[in-house]
Design a protein around this ligand. Structure first.
Ligand SMILES: [Zn+2]
Length: 212
């Protein structure tokens, strides 16, 4: 009996480390940073966040590399007040990451500053999806344009992705090239700022610019 109780206690103690792909402190920091950047870039936040279930960050075998996804565990049923962007909230939201990302985020491997920042920026991207306000069809439904490997510009340019990519890029550029960020922010149009941030991020990641 004692052994059994000990096993249960050890299991409960170990559980957060098994299931979470990122420490609580780090996710809290990234949440604050994401909301700050959304505010600066004029991106609207859902108002009903206090009614959400706890947001979890979990690794899975299906994803590889720097890939992550924002999801609702119980699917469409877990999205409440779907017809009203002002009151929509999520029952069981979570961010799914690859195991590669988890190992960078939990510092299991010795990674460069570039890799760590890139990993954090991917979480910031998914956090933007979590916070962003929008019509159901455009953020979860049939008006959301899925990525198909040949529609880079169309995919990134839809509002929900443009905003998530812009916040991710802002976070990354701020940490890797603060002077570069200042220069980009000096433009008067927030749309141009978002596009330039995304271009800059892509150049750092050996991709071509998407916008002129
Ligand atoms: Zn996205």
């Amino acid at each position: 009996m004692f052994k059994f109780i000990l096993f249960i206690i050890l299991f409960l103690l170990a559980k957060p480390y098994i299931t979470s792909a990122i420490s609580t402190d780090m996710i809290e920091l990234l949440k604050k940073e994401t909301q700050k950047i959304m505010y600066i870039l004029n991106i609207e936040k859902r108002q009903n966040i206090s009614r959400d279930g706890e947001l979890r960050v979990v690794a899975c075998d299906k994803l590889t590399g720097y890939n992550a996804n924002f999801k609702i565990q119980s699917g469409s049923k877990g999205i409440l007040n779907q017809d009203n962007p002002d009151s929509m909230f999520y029952l069981d939201p979570y961010i799914l990451t690859s195991n590669d990302l988890k190992s960078i985020l939990t510092n299991e491997s010795k990674d460069s500053k570039f890799e760590v920042l890139k990993a954090y920026s991917v979480i910031v991207h998914e956090l933007t999806h979590y916070y962003q306000k929008g019509e159901f069809a455009y953020i979860h439904g049939n008006k959301y344009i899925k990525y198909n490997e040949s529609n880079d510009k169309e995919y990134v340019s839809q509002l929900s992705e443009l905003d998530a990519h812009a916040v991710q890029s802002y976070f990354f550029v701020k940490n890797i090239n603060p002077k570069g960020l200042e220069k980009i922010l000096s433009h008067s149009s927030v749309q141009v700022i978002k596009e330039r941030l995304i271009n800059e991020y892509r150049l750092y990641n050996s991709q071509t610019k998407l916008y002129e």
